[in-house]
Design a binder for this molecule. Structure first.
Ligand SMILES: [Mg+2]
Ligand SMILES: [Zn+2]
Length: 228
């Protein structure tokens, strides 16, 4: 059956729609845009705060604040580069189509930033039930990374994927999570169904820690499973 017919059928059959929670950088998009911007524009030592975060020394927001402080180019320049690398992953349009048809609910949970997330999503943002991401504030003092979702923070994350999933877990409610990176690890502590981008750090983390997961590189895989 054609994907669009499957989606329409599922929309009719699903009273309790599956919820798909997904990460943005390197998951919805092919490229981790935040990382690419840091690689290109931040201080060459930007991996230092990332290592401190991974070892538990500092939180994710603190690491991001230190890194973005070292970036001196304009928001316009950052955005221009983001848009050249902001292609969506294969099958992503099917996700939005399924949401439009009422077959699934979509929730974006990202440690990334509005500067590039909003323009890359464009009108697709209207198809999201909820979205959580962070803010880059530009001023004379440079760039401040602002994390407004304090209620979704854990000791490691600014937007904790585990806490986002838990918001939606209820009897009979399926919650699927899609991620690719180290900041997606908390998702594995919940009862969500885990999807990890093939070959990603998150897939490796799931493998090492014996977390049941499905590897994917096309959202068609996730959608088929959600509509099963
Ligand atoms: Mg990611
Ligand atoms: Zn967390």
């Amino acid at each position: 059956m054609q994907m669009s017919k499957v989606v329409r059928f599922a929309a009719i059959m699903n009273l309790m729609r599956p919820i798909i929670v997904f990460d943005f950088d390197g998951t919805l998009t092919e490229t981790d845009i935040g990382r690419a911007l840091c690689e290109r524009y931040a201080d060459p030592g930007w991996q230092g705060p990332i290592r401190q975060w991974l070892s538990g020394e500092i939180s994710f927001p603190e690491a991001q604040q230190r890194i973005w402080k070292t970036i001196t180019v304009s928001g316009t320049e950052l955005l221009a580069h983001a848009m050249t690398i902001g292609q969506l992953r294969r099958g992503a349009e099917h996700l939005f189509e399924a949401a439009r048809a009422g077959a699934v609910d979509l929730v974006l949970a990202s440690g990334g930033f509005d500067l590039y997330i909003e323009p890359v999503l464009g009108d697709r943002i209207k198809e999201l039930r909820h979205f959580f991401y962070n803010h880059l504030q530009f001023s004379d003092r440079g760039i401040d990374a602002v994390f407004p979702h304090g209620d979704l923070a854990c000791k490691s994350c600014g937007v904790c994927k585990g806490k986002v999933i838990e918001r939606y877990l209820a009897p009979g409610q399926r919650v699927l999570f899609c991620g690719d990176g180290s900041s997606d690890r908390c998702a594995t502590t919940t009862a969500g169904e885990i999807f990890a981008v093939t070959g990603s750090d998150f897939a490796e983390y799931c493998r090492i820690n014996d977390v049941k997961h499905t590897a994917f590189d096309d959202f068609g895989t996730v959608l088929s499973e959600a509509l099963r």
